[in-house]
Design a protein around this ligand. Structure first.
Ligand code: UDX
Length: 447
């Protein structure tokens, strides 16, 4: 039997990566987006965001590019996608609703409403977006109503766990593949799609629809809890004179706890963890199970407290008030190796200081353009050295490798005061102190 043909609906972070990865695995792929500019860019082999390795694999497959396999094309037409695909992956985003905790399902709903009326032959629609549990069942019912092929069109759920900065690696070699299905036919088709990664060792787990939806939200809730746990320990360490970095290392040696996601600092941000735990709480409330997740409210508030604490430490460092001081901020993206500034703790801290009257200058290796777009009133500099010129304090807020390699002597010559506040706990305190800097990190002793 011929290999299934694949469409990917939504070519943002997740979709662009998934489409390129599916082509890399050998499938014929058609990517769809409703934004023509995105389709134009991808069709020319360019990626609209910074993601290591993605543009390379895209270029290897986009039809019409020199030397490409030709397996990957793009369109804005749902009719064309429906005609083309045997398996349709829904990869649109589910942001937080404005002014509410709940997830905004309008993009997912619109994708299904637009695709389903064209599905005139057997097909499998596979949701990958992070959604409130119960959405899959609701969408399956909707597809049954709308699709001309009726029962021949099925729905499955296949959550995506990719991390920004590692999107290609996580898609081609996932930790696990989870598929929520309602029939053997759907399972068989998805086993075929993922045969490559499974042959290389990725576990393949088959569940029902609600469990598959929940795996994603549960995983993100757990990761957020882990970060907020260590940040709560950082608060205790500060109060008691302990060192949270050492504490994390020591508890992390216990395999049951594990060392990952125990980096204390200014907390988690990005387009996933913060909104996913809020949407999870909102959904639990709708299900009458809100008590089960009240702890996530605490996880969220510990996390938001970190940003306020960083602002407070800056105020202390410059003598009580930031009004009129010059503050250099190293980092704007929500994490290194990404240009994504959505809910970025770094940019949030920079913004708070700016609102309190500090003259803030930001530098980030990749996130400048996005940062400027959301916060045009901040100052921006083309390098770390330029950003720190004349600064009364330097804040290290996104842990890019480039910042670990900075020379405290060279920077020391440029600043007005040698004050380093390390919001990510990744600089070497001894190095900075030896060069005459006052070095302060969250959850660690002051000297
Ligand atoms: C996350 C999940 O990891 C991924 O599985 C899911 O598919 C999407 O959400 P991502 O948003 O790319 O991925 O970022 P992640 O690497 O998880 O980091 C999230 C935030 O937590 C970042 O702001 C990071 O700086 C912060 N973080 C992470 C910490 O503060 N401490 C840590 O120990 C780890």
């Amino acid at each position: 039997m011929a290999a299934p043909k694949i469409t990917v609906i939504g070519t943002g972070y997740l979709g662009a990566t998934h489409a390129a990865a599916m082509a890399e695995l050998g499938f014929q792929v058609l990517g769809l987006d409703v934004v023509p500019e995105k389709i134009e860019m991808l069709g020319a082999g360019r990626v609209p965001m910074y993601e290591p390795g993605l543009e390379e694999i895209l270029r290897r497959h986009v039809a019409g590019l020199p030397g490409s396999s030709g397996r990957l094309s793009f369109t804005t037409s749902y009719a064309e996608a429906a005609e083309f695909g045997d398996v349709h992956f829904i990869c649109v985003n589910t942001p937080q609703k404005h002014g509410e905790y709940a997830a905004d399902m309008s993009y997912v709903d619109a994708a299904v409403e637009s695709l389903a009326p064209h599905l005139a032959r057997p097909a499998l629609v596979v949701g990958k977006s992070t959604v409130p549990v119960g959405s899959a069942a609701r969408l399956a019912a909707r597809i049954a109503e709308l699709a001309p092929a009726g029962q021949e069109v099925e729905l499955a759920w296949n959550p995506e766990f990719l991390r920004e900065g590692f999107a290609v690696e996580d898609t081609l070699h996932p930790d696990r593949i989870v598929v929520g299905v309602t029939s053997e036919r759907a399972e068989k088709l998805l086993r075929e799609v993922y045969a490559g990664p499974v042959a290389e060792g990725s576990p393949f787990l088959v569940t029902d629809l609600p469990t598959a939806e929940l795996v994603k939200t549960a995983a993100n809730a757990f990761l957020s809890t882990k970060i907020s746990f260590i940040n709560a320990m950082a608060e205790i360490c500060e109060a008691a004179g302990g060192d949270v970095a050492k504490l994390a290392e020591a508890i992390g040696h216990d395999d049951r706890i594990g060392r990952k996601f125990l980096r204390a600092g200014i907390g988690f941000g990005g387009g996933c963890l913060p909104k996913d735990i809020r949407a999870f709480m909102a959904r639990a409330g709708e299900l009458g199970a809100d008590q089960a997740l009240t702890f996530l409210r605490e996880v969220d508030s510990i996390n938001m407290r970190r940003r306020a604490h960083m602002v407070e430490l800056t105020r202390e460092a410059v003598g009580g008030a930031v009004l009129g001081t010059r503050i250099a901020v190293l980092g704007a993206s929500f994490k290194p190796d990404s240009d994504d500034v959505r809910d970025s703790p770094a940019l949030n801290v920079a913004g708070q200081l700016h609102l309190q009257g500090a003259q803030v200058t930001v530098y980030d290796p990749k996130g400048m353009e996005n940062a400027r777009a959301v916060f045009p009133t901040l100052g921006y500099a083309p390098s770390a050295l330029e950003a720190v010129r004349g600064a009364d304090a330097v804040l290290h807020l996104t842990e890019w490798r480039e910042f670990r390699e900075l020379d405290p002597e060279v920077l020391g010559e440029a600043v007005a005061h040698r004050r380093m506040l390390d919001g990510r706990n990744t600089l070497d305190p001894a190095l900075w102190r030896e060069a005459g800097w006052s070095y302060r990190a969250l959850g660690r002793p002051t000297a």
